[in-house]
Each structure stands twice: as C-alpha cells, then as structure tokens.
Design a protein around this ligand. Structure first.
Ligand code: ASP
Length: 344
C-alpha cells in the first residue's frame, strides 16, 4: 500500500546551522552532516519520511556562486518526482540570493522548496537551528486535499515563512535574521502554523519547468553623497558588464549631472542595460516621481518596481544567459513577473 506520509528531502549545503566550534582556533567550521541526525533525534518523531544528503564539502555561504545555485537546482530537479517537498539548509549570508535564484530556475513550481539555516550552530544549547529545521520540514510536508500547501521557494526563519525572492538578510546578531519588506509573510508559526492562504503563490501552468545558466556580467554601483563620478565612468567603461545596477536613493533618484547622464546614454547606445534599484529596502522605484529620477527614465534606465537586490541579481544573470545578445527580449522577460518577485 502506498504510504500517505509526505516524503521530504533535506539538502545540507553548509552554514552555521551545521557548524561546530574548533576547540583550538575557536572559529566555526563545518562538520559532517551525519552529526545533524545525532544532534536532532526529534527528526524521527515528525510524521513524514525524511531523507538527508549533504554537500561533500559543506561551504560557508559567502563562497556560494551561481555554480552552487545550479548544483542545488540540478539535485532537486533530479529528485523532483521522488519527493513531496525539499528543505535546503544554507548559510544565512547569501541565502536570499540562492533562494531567489531557485525561485526563477524552477518555473511553475508545484512543490515546496524551503530554505532555512540558523544564527547559532545546532549543537549549541540556545540554538535557533532546531526550531527552524523542524518547522521547515513540517511546512514542506504539509498538504491540503492532497496538494502541497506551499508551492514556491520560501525561507523559513524565526517563526516566519517568507517568499524567498522577497527576502533580505537584515541582522547578523538577532535570531530574526530576515525580512520581507514589500510582501507579507506566507505563514507565521506559533502553536499552529498559520498560513496566509490569500498570498501563497500558485503556478499558472501545472508542469514544472527547470531552467538554468547564469551570465555573471553584472556590475552594481552604489550612489552616495560625494561619489566621484569619474571613478564610476572608469568602472563602467573598463568592465565587460552587460548590465549595470544603479543603487539609487529613495524612489530611484541620483544626482543631477550631465556627466552621468551622458555616460549612461552612451553606454545604453552601446548595448548595456541599466537597472534602477533603490537603496531603500521598503517601497518601490518610481522614476517619474522626481526630476532626479525622471532623467533616468528618459534615458531608458529600467526601474525594478519593488524587487530586492537579491532577486534582481539572480533574475538578471539567468535572463542574460538566456538572451545574451537581445536587449529587448531580456527587457521583456526581466520586467515580466515570474515567481511573485514584484507587485505592480
Ligand atoms: N557565514 C555563515 C554563512 O552564511 C553565516 C550563517 O550560516 O548564518 O554560511
């Protein structure tokens, strides 16, 4: 008889959650994944079937690159039909980037891929890792009328479930390490896990489609008062980048300067794409609100609505790889909502 228990696959990639203290150097280093089962006998009590795999060499997430996004994506894709849900254990530092990337790689996802990690190693008494992992597994295993309740890539951290491509890491010391400024939580865990059903993503097509390939020719420029415009000119001109992300002020504003407008105009003519992402985490880019933003709109700089930088970077790299020499196709796809990453 076929078991009605959900089958969950845990993939341990590295990060604090699976780290121990090196007795000599006192720094944190990854440990053998098998230790997680030893540290967490509670896993056996959850009413689902759990398998776990680990990276051979777990990594600090600061070492994550698009190659690792593909490694995780390929593995989940190869096991997609064998499991009801996936839990990815990942360092918090770049978790939002990886989870955003996966949200674009798994188009029309109809199973949960839940990322989690922790601020304190799972072996420590006050660890947040146990609750994060156990609840992430429960969420990945939850079904309603035979259908997974969550059908998207999400991050579970400190009692909140967020849409992955809306998150940002906000704290390196508090247990509440992530925030989703422009989108409400998908669920809140208390005594029960309360899902916000009205905001859960549902794929428009029932068949999952896995895409991959990233072009990393992306440059990010952060504006600040006093920024030497000559230096950004050199940076852009000397770089092989195809997309320049301008981290602007407020609703998408930069200083009024002929130098910068001329530079952007010239580079756009040459085929570079400019994206406008605000340094403000909450709110959206509205280039036409102020004179200082309209100049960018008139030049053809693309405002990214209320997308996070993490979502912008991963989506850009994916679609740049898909349409390497086609600015208009890139623009159309980039400005099309793919996995609930922005609201208009
Ligand atoms: N540096 C660690 C990492 O991102 C921090 C963490 O796991 O939270 O891998």
């Amino acid at each position: 008889m076929k078991s009605s228990k959900s089958k969950i696959l845990i993939i341990y990639t590295g990060g604090t959650i699976g780290m121990v203290e090196d007795h000599v150097s006192k720094t944190l280093k990854p440990f053998d994944f098998n230790q997680i089962n030893k540290e967490l006998p509670e896993l056996r009590k959850i009413k689902c079937h759990i398998d776990a795999v680990s990276f051979k060499n777990p990594i600090d997430s600061s070492n994550v690159s698009p190659v690792i996004w593909e490694k995780i994506g390929d593995y989940i894709n190869s096991k997609y039909n064998d499991y009801d849900g996936f839990v990815v254990l990942h360092g918090t530092d770049t978790m939002s980037y990886t989870a955003s990337a996966l949200s674009f790689m798994f188009q029309h996802l109809n199973k949960p891929i839940i990322f989690t990690g922790s601020q304190l190693p799972i072996g420590m008494v006050r660890t947040d890792g146990k609750e994060n992992l156990i609840t992430a597994i429960e969420i990945a295993a939850t079904k309603k009328e035979g259908e997974p309740v969550v059908q998207e890539v999400a991050i579970y951290f400190e009692y909140q479930l967020y849409r992955a491509n809306r998150t940002t890491k906000i704290s390196s010391e508090h247990f509440e390490a992530f925030k989703s400024y422009n989108f409400p939580p998908l669920a809140i865990a208390g005594i029960d896990i309360n899902y916000n059903h009205s905001v859960l993503y549902r794929p428009s097509i029932k068949k999952m489609n896995y895409i991959k390939g990233f072009d990393t020719n992306v440059l990010v420029i952060v504006f600040f008062p006093g920024l030497d415009l000559e230096s950004i000119k050199e940076m852009i001109q000397n770089s092989s980048c195809k997309v320049v992300v301008l981290m602007t002020y407020g609703s998408g504003n930069i200083p009024m300067s002929d130098k910068i407008t001329k530079l952007i105009k010239k580079q756009i003519k040459k085929g570079k794409i400019f994206l406008n992402v605000s340094q403000c985490k909450a709110g959206r880019v509205e280039q036409q609100k102020y004179e200082t933003g309209i100049q960018l709109h008139n030049l053809g700089v693309l405002g990214v609505y209320d997308m996070t930088l993490e979502a912008v970077i991963s989506k850009t790299m994916l679609y740049l790889h898909k349409f390497p020499n086609d600015v208009s196709q890139f623009t159309t796809e980039f400005l099309t909502e793919k996995a609930g990453e922005f609201s208009i």
